[in-house]
Design a binder for this molecule. Structure first.
Ligand SMILES: Nc1ncnc2c1ncn2[C@@H]1O[C@H](COP(=O)(O)OP(=O)(O)OP(=O)(O)O)[C@@H](O)[C@H]1O
Length: 225
């Protein structure tokens, strides 16, 4: 799905965080939001994912203006089309790893959801065999990979990602970048806020936030899915 912002502005606490920012994120591509700390990457990502309202400008999903979506429409968008990997990971510490991925409770100790797929995504994210562990017992990097496992399990059309490699070592960072690349290669839209040079190099489009909509690198639009 195509995710587009046209000249969006947002002030928070009297400070203009986004100033007429425009961006177009295409399906099948990884789009990076880059720039120095505090330039508004997370804020822009949250606006694109309809987690934050904008003061001015418009957001379009596949050409539909979703700027004024009400709460029910936003919830439907999040449920049916979006997956988020945000800085707090959105992990439920009191629940098991399996629940955090499938979002379905186990019944009498039996894991619900697609068991085969669960096993597959946990393997892909290096969390194999840890289905029954409490998520609260995982390290920061493991929680980050758990959030990734949930997003892959859901196989959402659009993946919104904030600093996905921040707590990861070299091997896990490569694994995460490869997973996003594979996700995009299947026609998914990946939008990632990042400082990570390796992640940036793997992206198809770099959008420098707060710099008059500067696109530093852009793949040929003709190649888009
Ligand atoms: N809820 C908030 N209340 C007050 N100020 C905020 C809030 N959210 C963001 N800001 C401010 O907006 C600016 C942009 O923040 P944002 O988190 O989007 O930047 P960023 O580019 O993602 O930074 P980083 O790379 O450090 O994560 C910052 O100056 C920040 O202090």
């Amino acid at each position: 799905m195509k995710v587009e912002a046209q000249e969006i502005s947002l002030s928070i606490g009297g400070k203009k965080v986004l100033n007429r920012e425009s961006i177009c994120c295409l399906p099948g591509k990884m789009s990076a939001l880059v720039g120095p700390s505090g330039c508004g990457k997370t804020t822009l990502l949250n606006c694109l994912g309809l987690l934050l309202p904008v003061d001015e400008g418009s957001i379009f999903i596949d050409g539909n203006n979703v700027t004024k979506f009400n709460a029910a429409s936003r919830r439907k968008f999040w449920r049916d089309y979006a997956a988020f990997i945000l800085q707090d990971y959105g992990i439920m510490d009191e629940e098991t790893v399996a629940f955090n991925v499938t979002m379905e409770s186990s019944v009498f100790g039996r894991i619900k959801g697609n068991r085969e797929r669960l096993t597959q995504v946990l393997k892909q994210t290096g969390l194999q065999g840890r289905e029954e562990e409490l998520a609260g017992h995982l390290s920061g990097g493991e929680k980050q990979r758990l959030a990734l496992a949930r997003a892959i399990y859901k196989d959402a059309k659009i993946l919104f990602v904030d600093e996905p490699t921040a707590s990861l070592d070299v091997d896990n960072r490569k694994m995460v970048i490869d997973l996003f690349t594979e996700f995009a290669s299947r026609g998914r839209t990946v939008i990632v806020s990042t400082h990570d040079q390796e992640m940036i190099e793997a992206c198809d489009v770099l959008h420098e936030v707060g710099k008059n909509n500067a696109i530093i690198k852009q793949v040929s639009i003709n190649n888009s899915v």
